[in-house]
Design a protein around this ligand. Structure first.
Ligand code: ZN
Length: 436
């Protein structure tokens, strides 16, 4: 049985899905206005790994995994204004980058990727229900959630009222009845992205987006909700309040799972601190996506992960060893000791230690596959680098030259490649190559 640390219970609990044939998992996804950094990549890799474990345990089609795309937000509007373009230009660009960067880290796309701008009707319906039930009110074109109307508010973050007032970092807003009340809907000025609503033209607050999309795509109560620790308060606390009040008290989530931060020196990696490293830069420097994935999985997901050059170098060394040990064997069944490490609250560092100790190539490959590792061939790994396509294009050019009996050109290409350390071997089924 899988055991997961549930943030609400503050303990590890045996995972018992409501319906093992349709396990539901939702993870708060990116706000698409800038390039993702390694800290943003951690939840994508962690929950991708949890998804692989669930599919291995319950069956390939057992899981419905939704990760949203926040494509309406004040930071997006500010970026669009700064570039003088429509917000959709910004959001399409950075969503594409996000999928490319996460794809390079071996993150499979989720089953469902709802976009906030496509789900406004569901948000309006939920806001109307909250007003009807006395949990929300309209004021000066805004709709606010009334925190004092929900006696259970604070259940996830376990904050008292004083801490919540301080933690919410509330802006001075005369239309709020209580300082902890938060925005469900806000007015959009002329020329700013917005939708018609019963309270005037406007746009949704961030928190209502997740509650409404969970309800629309997965149901009132889901099995797993994931995200970074920084989302516990206020974002996830607000999601619980909105959903429970709109759904007559039905719980929103059965297991809350939160990942720790990636640290740079003593500080959390964050865009606002300006201390970020992005997967895009690291890939550009010649690191492989798989190396970055292993580096991200080398600490337990709930622990802080200090990001250093030594961490990345160690991940590369470990992958070299694993690829050499596994060779090109097809993957076998994962080793029981590796499954046990992962089912114990996704203990990836212990799983990696156990994989490194395995001897049988097929078992190594099958076990590493649970972590999304060793998915390339040994050959692809050791040929490595971003220039593989270029090398193979030149080998194809040489084959064409030979087919056209232009042997001088063919020999020239062979010599050029040799001077770059690439050795060609012609055989009955074509040309293979390796690095010297
Ligand atoms: Zn969310």
């Amino acid at each position: 049985m899988i055991r997961l640390y549930d943030t609400l219970a503050r303990q590890k609990r045996g995972f018992e899905p409501a319906d093992p044939k349709r396990i539901t998992m939702y993870v708060c996804g990116p706000t698409v206005y800038g390039r993702a950094h390694i800290g943003n990549a951690r939840p994508a890799v962690v929950f991708d790994t949890l998804a692989r474990l669930i599919r291995h345990t319950y069956g390939e089609d057992s899981l419905v995994y939704a990760r949203n795309v926040t494509d309406v937000d004040d930071k997006i509007i500010a970026s669009a204004d700064a570039e003088g373009v429509d917000p959709a230009v910004i959001t399409e660009r950075y969503e594409r980058y996000y999928l490319e960067d996460m794809g390079a880290l071996g993150v499979r796309p989720p089953d469902i990727a709802p976009h906030a701008t496509q789900e406004i009707a569901a948000m309006l319906a939920m806001i109307e229900r909250l007003i009807e039930r006395g949990n929300a009110y309209e004021a000066e074109g805004h709709v606010l959630f009334s925190v004092p109307s929900d006696p259970d508010y604070g259940v996830l973050s376990k904050r008292n009222r004083e801490a919540m007032v301080a933690g919410a970092r509330v802006e001075v807003a005369p239309y709020k009845r209580d300082p902890t009340d938060f925005v469900l809907w806000k007015p959009s000025a002329d020329g700013v992205i917005g939708w018609d609503s019963p309270w005037g033209r406007g746009r949704p607050g961030w928190h209502i987006e997740c509650s409404a999309m969970i309800r629309a795509h997965l149901g009132e109560t889901i099995d797993i909700h994931g995200g970074g620790l920084d989302l516990i308060f206020p974002h996830h606390e607000n999601e619980i309040a909105q959903s429970r009040c709109a759904h007559g008290g039905a719980p929103l989530v059965r297991y809350w799972v939160h990942n720790g931060f990636v640290d740079m020196g003593a500080e959390k990696m964050s865009k606002s601190l300006g201390n970020i490293v992005t997967p895009a830069e690291l890939l550009e420097q010649g690191h492989r996506g798989e190396t970055l994935r292993l580096a991200l999985l080398s600490a337990h997901y709930r622990s802080p992960l200090p990001w250093t050059e030594a961490l990345v170098a160690q991940a590369k060394t470990n992958l070299d060893k694993l690829y050499r040990a596994a060779g090109d064997t097809p993957p076998g069944e994962p080793h029981q000791s590796v499954i046990e490490a992962l089912t114990d609250d996704l203990n990836t560092p212990l799983a990696l230690t156990r994989i490194m100790a395995l001897q049988d190539p097929a078992t190594i490959k099958g076990s590493a596959g649970l972590l999304g590792l060793l998915e390339s061939s040994e050959d692809q790994w050791f040929k490595g680098g971003g220039d593989v396509d270029a090398i193979e294009a030149r080998i194809a050019e040489r084959a064409d030259a030979k087919a056209n009996r232009d042997f001088a050109a063919a020999d020239r290409i062979r010599d050029e490649l040799k001077s770059e350390g690439i050795v060609l071997e012609d055989g009955p089924s074509g040309t293979t190559w390796r690095r010297e």
